[in-house]
Design a binder for this molecule. Structure first.
Ligand SMILES: [Zn+2]
Length: 368
């Protein structure tokens, strides 16, 4: 169905030559002698007085060298079986969301430039890395088709495999149901299993990655993901959200506890927050934390209910804004994580807005 799309021999150099207006600078890394483009993230870091040699830091772990031998393609999970999950007639978390995404990606041809990932990993052994047996039993009774909830988990695991095995550079999973609200209390906020939390644990157990960064830009706070890793220093959780909206969690003073103290970053934003507020939060709070943390893999809880004109939110992020956020995360991954990024769909309830937001995000993953 899909084929490997255009791949630049060296994305860093390609980006430099094709985008002089970006006003980045090129430097030779004194560890590996490769030239490195220092773009948005580094300029932001310079403004904060941080070390600008992001790529040098990547050389410390050899991630850049490894990245050079890996595929530069983008993986995509896009599967009609996710249409079978439903919360009832008229519910905003509807199959129409995925229909709109599929239609948009078909029309733009973006899907043909990605590598298809089949969500064929059995999630059973990994559900209990996050959830209790009673939770699993409860959601099994609550869901109209639990196999589709399990398939959403499987997508994250398959995408982690594809990225960690070097088959693709990054991947996006257009899945339903979402997951970042799920804890151990049964279905919550349209979420059954915490897809991204299980994917993080899977990356640690199956692929022996030590440190995972989870970036959550959904309108709603990822309370379930915070809960899963609140005392864990191996998973850094960063979330932008509306504090005054469901589920009412996500205060900035909630920074983790015990050994996890300092590894939970909540960045609540005011009503109407848009591209500027998001980019400010990312550059001022996420970038310095990620520079210190140096993740082996970055996961994104990609919620598009923070987009303008969403049915459940009042933020105003544009499609261009989502591309900028994506590129910023990719810059962090290029510096530290061998460019490994796996993005999982969370919210987004204006179906057409969701579709264009996903298109912009995926395009950035492909070309950024
Ligand atoms: Zn949401």
């Amino acid at each position: 169905m899909h084929s490997v799309g255009h791949v630049a021999a060296d994305p860093a150099l390609d980006r430099h030559s094709s985008d002089p207006a970006a006003k980045g600078i090129c430097r030779s890394c004194d560890r590996c002698s490769r030239r490195a483009f220092l773009g948005t993230v580094t300029r932001a870091a310079l403004g904060l007085g941080l070390c600008p040699f992001l790529s040098n830091m990547a050389c410390n772990t050899g991630t850049r060298k490894n990245a050079a031998s890996r595929s530069q393609a983008t993986g995509l999970v896009l599967d009609d079986r996710y249409l079978r999950h439903t919360l009832g007639k008229g519910h905003v978390e509807s199959p129409e969301r995925l229909i709109a995404i599929t239609r948009r990606l078909n029309a733009s041809g973006l899907d043909k430039h990605t590598v298809s990932i089949t969500p064929s990993v059995d999630p059973t052994p990994y559900l209990q890395t996050v959830h209790s047996e009673s939770h699993i039993n409860r959601v099994t009774e609550q869901a109209n088709d639990i196999s589709i909830c399990r398939l959403a988990v499987a997508a994250g695991l398959a995408a982690v495999d594809a990225v960690c095995e070097g088959k693709v550079r990054n991947a996006f999973c257009a899945i339903r149901p979402p997951g970042h609200h799920a804890t151990n209390t049964g279905e919550y906020g349209f979420c059954f299993f915490n897809n991204i939390a299980i994917a993080a644990r899977y990356a640690q157990k199956k692929h022996k990655l030590d440190k995972i960064l989870i970036v959550d830009w959904d309108y709603h706070h990822g309370n379930g993901t915070e809960w899963a890793f609140y005392e864990d220093p191996t998973v850094l959780f960063f979330s932008t959200h509306a504090l005054y909206a469901f589920p009412g969690t996500g205060r900035a003073d909630r920074t983790g506890s015990g050994p996890g103290k300092g590894f939970n970053i909540n960045a609540p934003l005011p009503r109407g927050a848009g591209d500027k507020e998001f980019l400010d939060a990312f550059t001022k709070k996420l970038v310095p934390a990620a520079e210190t943390f140096r993740p082996d893999l970055i996961l994104i809880s990609a919620g598009f209910d923070s987009r303008k004109e969403d049915l459940l939110g009042d933020f105003t992020v544009t499609d261009k804004g989502f591309a900028e956020l994506t590129k910023l995360v990719m810059s962090l991954a290029e510096a530290h994580s061998g460019s490994r990024v796996v993005s999982l769909l969370e919210g987004g309830y204006n179906t057409e807005g969701l579709a264009t937001g996903v298109e912009s995000h995926l395009k950035a993953l492909l070309t950024g």
